[in-house]
Design a protein around this ligand. Sequence first.
Ligand SMILES: Cc1ncc(COP(=O)(O)O)c(C=O)c1O
Length: 415
Amino acid sequence: MTISNTEPENWLAQRVAASRDSFRQLENAGLGAKIAQSRDGKTITLSDGQKIVEFASCCYLGFETDQRLVEAAKRSLDCWSTQLACARTRIVTHEVLELEGLLSQILGGMSVTVFQSASLAHIGVLPLFASGVLPSFPMRSPRFILDRKAHASIQVLRAVLESFGAVMMVDIGDLEAVKSNLQSIRRAGDTPVVICDGIGSMGHIAPIEQILLMLEEVDGFLYCDDAHGFSVIGEHGQGHAMTHLRRCPHRGIVVVSLNKSFGTNGGAVAVPTEGDLDLIRRYATSYAFSGSPALALVSASTESARIHLSEELGERQRLFRDNLAVLDLELDGIGYPLINQHSASPVRGIVLAEEDACIKFCSSILRQGFLLTTALYPTVERNAATARIAVSASHSRDEIVGLCRTIRDVASRSI
Ligand SMILES: Cc1ncc(COP(=O)(O)O)c(C=O)c1O
């Protein structure tokens, strides 16, 4: 076999080539996939016996270890066994329908269906949306304004989008650029479509309210991934995007993940009408030709949804915000740029910039018993390597203060 030394030609091969060395370095530094043997709350025992406190799970409200969810999953296993191995276009359990009804209440009364994950929801729904076949979103030669930082599960569908209309990459926080693109698309008589994350997994908060106002003026549509905003923000945990979209539901689609704060497994899509859902259920490949989300987790999700619709959710959100405030305070002045300090986003991070420095930093923190997420290119942009910190309502104050003390110590030695 001959090995070519030439630059790879396609974008994915280029990304792989540009990141291969740092992933190898990450693994050599002991930051590759750790093998977890058991857990006790936020403390994980690894296969080599080391106990670490993880600040890597994005289950910000701590529902993942809630006993009510665990018991619901067990009851489902007794009732349904592991799965009903059949597409939902043929037979669907009443629990799935019940879950969708509860999620609709959480998501501002929009029509909701569930997928096995948010990523699979994108694969099923984004092509249908872009094609203009969903009744609420008629497209006249669509053109897509895609946020540069939108999640990888959307970026990977860029070529699919391009088969329906031109894609322009923008920084969603640059409202002037968004506006001038929207207006020029409209002047050409085409349909403008904005695609972005509500709360970015590595930083920014999208200005959804302003974008919706602009879309109203140009008769355009929004497709928003709010995986990180769901549960943790807004009434009943409706999320950052739905807090605004609920006032003009005909303007867009929101996709959420149940794999994060919701504490279970799966994804959900919220669309304006049952007519949109009918089409998705019939034609979305990851719905029509795929099995149901795992039934035990559907029952756990139903339990989580009931909690979201009760007063308890507000208490959890407050507890989480209190923990986030402790982190923000303790990290003040550590000497590195911080992501989102004191902001409404649940995501926090320390920008180390160079990949090498970030790997060394996270590795030193891990040796002291705390796991952060080492985010490198292509998850973040080049030279923006970030140690991401995911605080949860389940962390104790001592755990957060202990982490921050370690971070200060490691930072003072690295600067
Ligand atoms: C913004 C965003 N969207 C989607 C996903 C994927 O969600 P899921 O695990 O449900 O596919 C993630 C997970 O990292 C994410 O951060």
